[in-house]
Design a protein around this ligand. Structure first.
Ligand code: SF4
Length: 369
């Protein structure tokens, strides 16, 4: 099995664009959550079928807003129940203002060897507009603090297409990120999720969505600048120095099974069954059995899943691993995109070209059944 994901559903405050499941409840809820999480990890032990765990990912929400002692409690319990392999990748997501020398020192005994920080932009006015609680200066200090503590596998997240963000402002963000001693960069286009404060700001004409042409230019500049900095573009939104790709996320895109713990976390058995814990913290901490739902994927859904995950990656979709009828269908749907240069064949694989990457959603949906 690929790895373990632990969902930490807490944030100190909510960002204007975010519709992820998290709450701003305080420390008492965090302690109840940690106890329930350990209970769930123990109860589901039989679902894990390998001797060791290769990747463990603490995501959220904002795992770094937990007190360090709770992070240690969670990781100790996880490692006791699900022993980590010698070179396991253990990632924690963090908000830059949490990543201080004191916090890193308090986590000293934890097996964390990778940190993923939500920087989003280095422009303080834009950070305030999207209700991020850190400053550009804190993001820089956080990276320095990690390096000083020997944590070198650092990933930063950026967002492009923010309100009033120009191409020059975006280039400045990417340049700044790439000038820092990081191993990995993720960059996502801003989406206006219905029900979020940002969508309401747009509906009230307080902010405007960036147009498609600008978004495309931003994406192309990102790709060019990351390549110039020696980063490999290994997934639509992800860039890494050689050998520093996220092993945990890569295993999702290769369809490997994983176990997800915590309210809102998803699991996959690698065959046909997906399970998700309900995003309900009150029930999660109160009920002896974790409230969850599951689905068994049909042949059509399995094919769609294969296309959706593999086409995101630089490796693409291996047509030889599809049954004959699916391969023929996929190729027939790919033909117009092969002709217009948005897809190409690499051996048995169907791969997005540079031109196809920005419109990948449209292409992938054309290939699905
Ligand atoms: S910190 Fe992350 S999870 Fe929390 S509200 Fe902001 S974007 Fe969402």
């Amino acid at each position: 099995m690929a790895g373990i994901y632990i969902h930490v559903p807490f944030c100190k405050s909510r960002c204007a664009y975010c519709d992820f499941f998290s709450t701003t409840s305080g420390e008492a809820w965090m302690r109840r959550y940690a106890d329930a999480l350990v209970r769930e990890m123990a109860a589901r032990r039989a679902e894990w079928t390998l001797p060791k765990v290769d990747t463990l990912y603490l995501g959220g929400g904002t795992p770094s807003c937990l007190p360090a002692e709770l992070v240690l409690q969670i990781l100790r319990s996880a490692a006791a129940l699900y022993p980590l392999s010698d070179n396991a990748e253990v990632t924690i997501e963090a908000n830059p203002d949490d990543v201080t020398d004191d916090w890193l020192r308090a986590l000293g005994a934890a097996p964390i060897n990778r940190i993923s920080m939500g920087v989003q932009t280095f422009d303080d006015a834009l950070l305030a507009l999207i209700h991020r609680r850190h400053s550009s200066r804190q993001a820089v200090s956080a990276v320095d603090a990690c390096r000083e503590r020997g944590l070198h596998n650092i990933s930063l997240d950026l967002i492009y297409g923010l309100p009033d963000q120009t191409l020059a402002m975006w280039e400045s963000d990417v340049r700044k990120a790439l000038s820092m001693p990081i191993a990995h960069l993720s960059a996502y286009a801003l989406t206006y999720e219905e029900g979020t404060p940002l969508a309401r700001m747009r509906d009230n004409n307080k902010v405007a969505e960036a147009d498609e042409e600008l978004m495309s230019e931003m994406y192309q500049r990102l790709c060019t600048m990351a390549a110039e900095a020696g980063m490999q573009h290994y997934e639509i939104s992800n860039f890494a120095l050689p050998g520093c790709q996220s092993r945990h996320n890569s295993s999702y895109w290769q369809g490997e099974p994983y176990l997800g713990f915590g309210p809102g976390a998803h699991s996959y058995d690698g065959h046909r069954t997906r399970r998700w814990n309900l995003p309900d913290l009150a029930r999660y901490v109160a009920e002896a059995e974790v409230p969850m739902e599951y689905e068994v994927l049909s042949d059509d859904e399995l094919y769609d899943e294969y296309i959706m995950t593999r086409m995101r990656t630089r490796r693409g979709a291996d047509l030889s691993s599809l049954p004959d009828n699916r391969r023929e269908y996929c190729l027939s749907m790919a033909r117009p995109h092969l002709a217009n240069g948005r897809l190409r064949r690499e051996g048995n694989c169907l791969v997005l070209t540079q031109e196809g990457l920005f419109v990948s959603n449209d292409i992938i949906s054309d290939l699905m059944c």
